[in-house]
Design a protein around this ligand. Structure first.
Ligand code: GSH
Length: 207
């Protein structure tokens, strides 16, 4: 398997399946393509590996899977022993719903607070739309942690947590109040997850 990813400092979409693949324990090759290069160089370097022109992409068994959520679902099917989704059908459905909502939404939060693992912590002015996104994240986290009993959204670490790890970095970088001590503690669990720390350390070394 080869996972094609973008710069670790910025590529929140790449981080999600990378964390999930790490969780499986399976060996894989990582191909990193620098984002934001001049003169279309980034797209030119991605295209031979990912026909969508975007990262992440997983090359496996003769196929190329694009889209972060599709990659994670594939890994959940191929590595059932990694328990990337919970056993409970309702909790699993809610986890999928949360990951899909993240994948398709939160546009204002993503635009106004882009992931940048090397940026010093400093707040930025936020639009009403971004504030609404933040309120929705808080509600989602509160609901899932309450239902599952924690320590992660669905109990054990899952794909849902991979999807919200970049959000936790944004809250930290832009000094966004998580809202409650329980949510602060959840954020802290995401941001001290060993695989995240390894990704972050590499991202901070990138120029
Ligand atoms: N919906 C896609 C989004 C992928 C995406 O937007 N990737 C960005 C990097 S984070 C990209 O490939 N950008 C290409 C470029 O900047 O040329 C997914 O979930 O995988």
């Amino acid at each position: 398997m080869e996972l094609v990813i973008g710069s670790k400092r910025w590529s929140s979409w790449s981080m999600r399946p990378w964390l999930v693949l790490k969780r499986t324990g399976a060996p894989f090759h990582e191909r990193l393509i620098r984002l934001y290069q001049a003169d279309g160089a980034t797209r030119a370097q991605i295209l031979p590996h990912s026909p969508s022109g975007r990262v992440p992409a997983l090359k496996t068994g003769g196929i190329v899977i694009a889209e972060s959520l599709a990659i994670c679902e594939y890994l959940a099917e191929v590595f059932p022993e990694a328990k990337l989704w919970p056993q409970d059908v309702d909790l699993r459905a809610l986890g999928r719903s949360a990951a899909s909502e993240m994948h398709a939404g939160f546009r204002a939060l993503r635009l106004e607070c882009p992931m940048d693992l090397a940026r010093p912590v400093e707040p930025v002015p936020l639009s009403d739309e971004a504030q609404a996104d933040i309120a929705r994240v808080r509600a989602l986290w509160t609901d899932l942690l309450g239902r599952s009993g924690g320590p992660f959204l669905l109990g054990d670490w899952s794909i849902a947590d991979a999807f919200f790890t970049p959000v936790a970095t944004r809250f930290r970088t832009y000094a966004v109040d998580p809202g409650t001590p329980e949510l602060a503690a959840y954020m802290d669990r995401l941001l001290t997850w060993p695989d995240f720390l390894a990704w972050e350390a590499a991202g901070r070394l990138e120029t």
